[in-house]
Ligand binder design. Structure first.
Ligand code: SF4
Ligand code: SF4
Ligand code: SF4
Length: 326
């Protein structure tokens, strides 16, 4: 019997999601044995024309990581959508916009200005920036358009399933692959991870006080972090209350607060707004029922980068989605 065809593709991505496929260790041999990989540009020499030559829906499943930042990425994911029975958004960037989605705090012009002119290590006296078309004696060279706004995968093509995480952990990947091979998938649109918050599975959950009140917000480098105690109870912002579980509490076990890469649980539309509301509700001054405006401002100002803290992985998928364009 013919093996199911599988494709892997990366868009605006750091490459970590591709690494995690290799992190499957010997399980990658089981995957390679069970499926026929027909497209995986980072590892194997396939070309776009190889995908174009396949019939519509011929690829059983395409795992696509990375956000959508360029015209080329948009074209490729549209092509893969046509050729695939299932599309899985693989990792935070494809799922929520991820770290590249933070680019939505700027525009293409301000990004080009910074990257190609202002960065101290750049020497560019003529202020050259990438052009979509450049004419040389020998002909014309083109580059794909760099969009002003970063999009998630499902803002570009319909997505069947989501594998969360930055990157998704190997056990969740194997569960997803096995479920696909056995045809035991949940309802379309599902996130393939438990629908529980980090706090529900956290090894420090018992040390999280029932009634919590943060009087001073600290950053991890400012204190000696107690390795047993809830981070919030130590004044450190932990995204656990508004982040899906399933990673095995990787950061928490390494004595670092959760930063939110698994995205929200089902039913939460905007992870950042949920986080802002969760953290705002536990700020307070001991012994006082209400803070004065001044006290509140002082506390809030201790959150050095609120947008980056609460929307670190999900800005592109949030209700605001991007900074307003001029
Ligand atoms: S989800 Fe994380 S690991 Fe994967 S491409 Fe994005 S930044 Fe890299
Ligand atoms: S806030 Fe963070 S450290 Fe505290 S219980 Fe929740 S996940 Fe664990
Ligand atoms: S603890 Fe939080 S940030 Fe770390 S891997 Fe898990 S979900 Fe991601």
């Amino acid at each position: 019997m013919a093996k199911p065809k599988v494709a892997f593709y990366w868009c605006a991505s750091c490459g970590g999601c591709e690494e995690t496929v290799v992190d499957l260790n010997e399980d990658i041999l089981k995957v390679a044995d069970a499926v026929d990989i027909v497209f995986w540009p980072v590892a194997l020499d396939f070309k776009r024309k190889d995908v174009e030559a396949l019939g519509d829906g011929e690829i059983a499943v395409s795992f696509i990581n990375g956000a959508i930042r360029t015209e080329e990425q948009e074209e490729m994911v549209k092509l893969l959508r046509t050729k695939s029975g299932l599309v899985v958004a693989f990792g935070s960037c494809a799922h929520l916009g991820g770290i590249p989605g933070l680019g939505n705090f700027w525009t293409r012009d301000t990004i080009f200005q910074r990257v190609y002119q202002e960065v101290p290590t750049v020497e560019n006296p003529e202020g050259t920036t990438p052009q979509q078309k450049t004419v040389f004696d020998f002909g014309e060279l083109t580059l794909p358009e760099f969009f002003d706004t970063v999009k998630t995968l499902d803002q570009t093509i319909p997505v069947d399933y989501y594998l969360p995480g930055c990157p998704p952990p190997p056990d969740l990947i194997m569960n997803a692959v096995n479920a696909i091979l056995k045809g035991e998938l949940p309802e379309k649109g599902a996130v393939l991870a438990p629908d529980k918050a980090q706090c529900d599975t956290c090894p420090r959950a018992e040390t999280k006080p029932e009634k919590l009140s943060i009087e001073e917000i600290k950053r991890p480098w400012q204190i000696k972090i107690d390795p047993e105690k809830c981070f919030l109870a130590q004044g450190l912002i932990c995204c656990g209350p508004f982040t899906r579980s399933g990673c095995g509490e990787t950061c928490i076990r390494a004595n670092m607060p959760c930063r939110g890469c698994f995205g929200p649980v089902d039913g939460v539309v905007d992870q950042g707004a949920k986080g802002l509301s969760a953290i705002a509700s536990i700020l307070g001054v001991e012994g006082e029922e209400k803070m004065t405006e001044e006290e509140a401002k002082k506390l809030i100002n201790q959150i050095v980068d609120p947008a980056g803290t609460f929307y670190r992985f999900s800005l592109a998928s949030s209700l605001l989605r991007r900074k307003r364009m001029e």
